[in-house]
Design a protein around this ligand. Structure first.
Ligand code: DMJ
Length: 480
């Protein structure tokens, strides 16, 4: 299977595409431009299901109580042992699950909890800790979480805190000779470390930094994102592909594997799309279209009648590496749908649905030729229902809600424990062995997609809403 794809950035898009039509490339233009309007208004026929929505709410609150009772104020809960986990560095907590949960709690109508979280953040969240912090994770989780919390509540302290974090993360970008951000920065001193940068980490910040620039009128954040993109995209191979990791200091590629949408590329293309949709920067859309056309041309492959994406050498386009697909890549069906490639989006989603049918819950990595589990654990990841939501929004087809609900019941049947929800050790074992962690992203993403599909909440603008890679609603929250 070699799906056809036009590389023409001006080609007509699907009626249901989430694309707008505003142009603008310079930082100033983006800061001043209005958010792109949708191509054709709301196209999703909503048919809320109150019973399913109630189930989703119950399970979210089950997980949330588990965190609050056992690990309140810490980054993540260990729901089986009752302990807690520091996500960024031992001995340093950012209350990450609280920040991650803000806009989900708002969408769920849990206003008292939102207020409790905001009060905790105001009193306790310290952006100046003397610790090396992962830049990519801090941007998508903390800066994004605070911005979504601000959008939900209008509480100015959240915006101020987001800005303070971003200011302390900026040295990773500004100290880089190429503009590709270092992977780590010390929040107190601004010292940087880590020049070997996975592609996703170089290019997953423009939504948060662009919105922050727009909200504050300070273009430094957005400019840093664009400089990083240019540094990477200027180094495409002669056939236009990107490799997996780049040296922030020399600008040299550190490998030759183009593995989109697997990590380490995963959200790189997602943010070209999201940056365009949120900020109206036409250059981002052009890059997205060009890279997507190349991915569909060089990497799409049929195996047992299913569409997958293989890893290729970025210089030649020839296959390289094992025929594996990470569960993290399953978000890509939704991205293809948002970009207007609905046929490929649907086919790729069906591939993942077949994989879901083969296991109690999805394994971390598959051999895509056989659907054999290569990495057998399950990290409670949200990528599959993310695609369910995106495809449902793009097509209005109830199949995506049904399969999203199937994913939800599989998680509930297999990963629910008295203290919340937990990761699994081996999904191929009978009587699956469970681990002991509720990742903070569970509070941001997994059930948010289900809730949005089934609740028809008036708190979300279904026509214009935009979510980040961490499921933060960066546009389209409605305060009521
Ligand atoms: C989330 O933190 C984000 O979705 C990120 O982009 C990659 N995936 C994890 C959860 O699996």
């Amino acid at each position: 299977m070699r799906p056809k794809h036009s590389a023409d950035p001006a080609r007509p898009l699907s009626r249901r595409s989430l694309l707008g039509s505003v142009t603008g490339t310079a930082a100033g233009a983006v800061l001043l431009s209005a958010a792109p309007a949708l191509a054709a208004g709301p196209a999703v026929p909503l048919s809320p299901d109150a019973d399913v929505a109630a189930q989703v709410l119950e399970e979210y609150l089950h997980g949330w109580r588990g965190y609050c009772d056992r690990a309140w104020g810490y980054d993540e809960v260990l729901p089986v042992s009752g302990g807690h986990h520091d996500f960024f560095a031992p001995g340093h907590s950012f209350g990450l699950s609280i920040v991650e949960a803000l806009d989900t709690l708002f969408l769920l109508g849990q206003d008292q909890e939102v207020t409790r979280c905001c009060d905790w953040i105001d009193a306790n969240l310290d952006p100046a800790q003397d610790v090396y912090t992962h830049v990519f994770e801090a941007v998508i989780r903390i800066v994004g979480g605070l911005l979504a919390g601000f959008e939900a509540t209008g509480r100015s302290s959240l915006l101020a805190r987001a800005r303070e974090f971003a200011d302390r993360l900026l040295p990773a970008f500004t100290k880089s000779p190429t503009g590709v951000p270092y992977t780590l920065v010390n929040l107190r001193t601004g010292a940087v470390q880590g020049s070997a940068v996975p592609l996703a980490e170089a290019g997953t910040n423009v939504m948060e930094f662009g919105l922050l620039s727009r909200l504050t009128g300070d273009s430094r954040y957005y400019d840093a994102s664009i400089r990083a993109y240019r540094a990477v995209l200027d180094r495409r191979s002669s056939i236009g592909l990107l490799a997996g990791s780049i040296d922030a200091e020399s600008g040299r590629w550190l490998d030759s594997d183009c593995g989109t949408p697997n990590p380490p590329a995963d959200s790189f293309n997602e943010y070209l799309w999201g940056g365009w949709a949120l900020l109206g920067d036409r250059q981002l859309l052009d890059w997205y279209r060009t890279l997507t056309a190349l991915t569909l041309h060089h990497q799409s492959v049929e195996a047992s009648g299913r569409l997958w994406f293989r890893t290729v050498d970025f210089r030649t386009g020839e296959p390289s590496g094992p025929q594996e697909q990470s569960e993290l890549a399953s978000f890509y069906a939704g991205l293809l749908a948002k970009g207007g490639d609905l046929q490929q989006a649907a086919a790729y989603y069906r591939s993942w649905t077949d994989a879901l049918d083969a296991y109690p819950v999805l394994p971390e990595t598959l051999d895509f030729a056989t659907l054999r589990a290569v990495e057998r654990g399950n990290q409670l990841r949200p990528e599959y229902p993310n695609s369910s939501f995106d495809l449902w929004r793009a097509t209005g087809d109830d199949y995506y809600r049904q399969t999203g609900y199937r994913w939800f019941t599989a998680m509930r049947d297999n990963q629910r424990v008295p203290g919340g929800y937990t990761v699994a050790g081996d999904v191929t074992e009978r009587g699956m062995r469970l681990g002991d962690l509720t990742p903070a992203y569970w509070f941001a993403e997994n059930l948010k997609y289900l809730w949005l599909m089934f609740s028809d909440t008036p708190r979300f603008d279904y026509a214009n809403g935009l979510l980040s890679t961490e499921g933060k609603v960066l546009r389209g929250l409605r305060r009521i």
